[in-house]
Design a protein around this ligand. Structure first.
Ligand SMILES: NC(=O)c1ccc[n+]([C@@H]2O[C@H](COP(=O)([O-])OP(=O)(O)OC[C@H]3O[C@@H](n4cnc5c(N)ncnc54)[C@H](OP(=O)(O)O)[C@@H]3O)[C@@H](O)[C@H]2O)c1
Length: 250
């Protein structure tokens, strides 16, 4: 467990925090002193996370039930307004939600699944970046925006279809945004590649794998905390692997 108060007073939004890596990141940020906003579709899972965070004597997170797939740009604009109403500014956002889609060849890839994955993993990420950036730019601390990539977003792999293409797009979105922000912006943007991590998505991608053979979300939180905290204020435009990352290497 992280006990330092390195995020004390920081307002942080975790998109895709009802389970898996995003849930663990939300807990990690709350334990480091952040004021949290948590977003996903599954309200009862978000309520359960909220109860856990309150029971630990931390903050009382604001829940946003929001389906990244079905919303239009106005909904994203309104989401940013709700975030602003909740916390005035935003000091950090982790964009973690994604869909795996189908594990099949391009020849067999269903068009509706392709569009669904692109909507959640690409279009929604663009709209979140576009509408959250103005809030992050008003932060009184150096704000951090973190996108979530994958190894198949750097090297294409057979039968990873839309997911792989969407993660290449995530890397590009991060690089474009980092260049547009420049070296002197108070906002920095980076990608994290979690690597194989014990979650529902991993189990769906590798049904034959023994889940105990891969790391848990809690095992990879050092990088998630570092990139969100002032420790990393000079890190920008990077795509970093969380597995085996440690402060000494930073
Ligand atoms: N696990 C791995 O081995 C691994 C490896 C490389 C990269 N990654 C990346 O790491 C991130 C987290 O992965 P994970 O394994 O923790 O995934 P997960 O267990 O499937 O969790 C995904 C999260 O995204 C949310 N989400 C999905 N669709 C959504 C939608 N339409 N609207 C709002 N929220 C939505 C889910 O919440 P609801 O269902 O409640 O909406 C959930 O909180 C993803 O970006 C993934 O691509 C994971």
């Amino acid at each position: 467990m992280h006990t330092s108060n390195i995020l004390n007073g920081h307002s942080i939004l975790v998109v895709g925090s009802s389970e898996g890596i995003g849930r663990e990141a939300a807990l990690t940020y709350a334990r480091a002193g952040a004021k949290l906003m948590i977003l996903a579709r599954n309200t009862s899972a978000l309520e359960q996370l909220k109860r856990q965070i309150i029971a630990e004597g931390l903050c009382s997170p604001r829940i946003f039930q929001f389906d990244l797939e079905s919303k239009n740009e106005d909904d994203y604009r309104q989401l940013a307004q709700h975030v602003e109403a909740e916390s005035h500014t935003l000091d950090g956002a982790l964009l973690n939600a994604s869909l795996l889609g189908a594990r099949t060849t391009l020849a067999d890839y269903p068009w509706d699944t392709w569009q669904q994955v692109m909507q959640v993993n690409v279009n929604a990420q663009f709209l979140l970046v576009k509408h959250l950036l103005p809030l992050l730019q008003r932060s009184s601390t150096d704000a951090s925006l973190i996108l979530t990539t994958s190894s198949v977003g750097r090297q294409g792999r057979a039968e990873w279809g839309a997911y792989s293409v969407s993660k290449f797009a995530t890397e590009a979105l991060m690089q474009i945004c980092a260049q547009e922000l420049g070296e002197n912006s108070p906002v920095r943007i980076n990608c994290i590649n979690p690597g194989g991590t014990r979650t529902a998505m991993r189990a769906a991608a590798y049904p034959e794998e023994d889940p105990s053979s891969v790391r848990t979300p809690a095992d990879i939180m050092d990088l998630y905390l570092h990139l969100m905290s002032p420790e990393s204020s000079d890190v920008r435009g990077q795509s970093i692997d969380a597995q085996n990352w440690n402060r000494q290497k930073a």
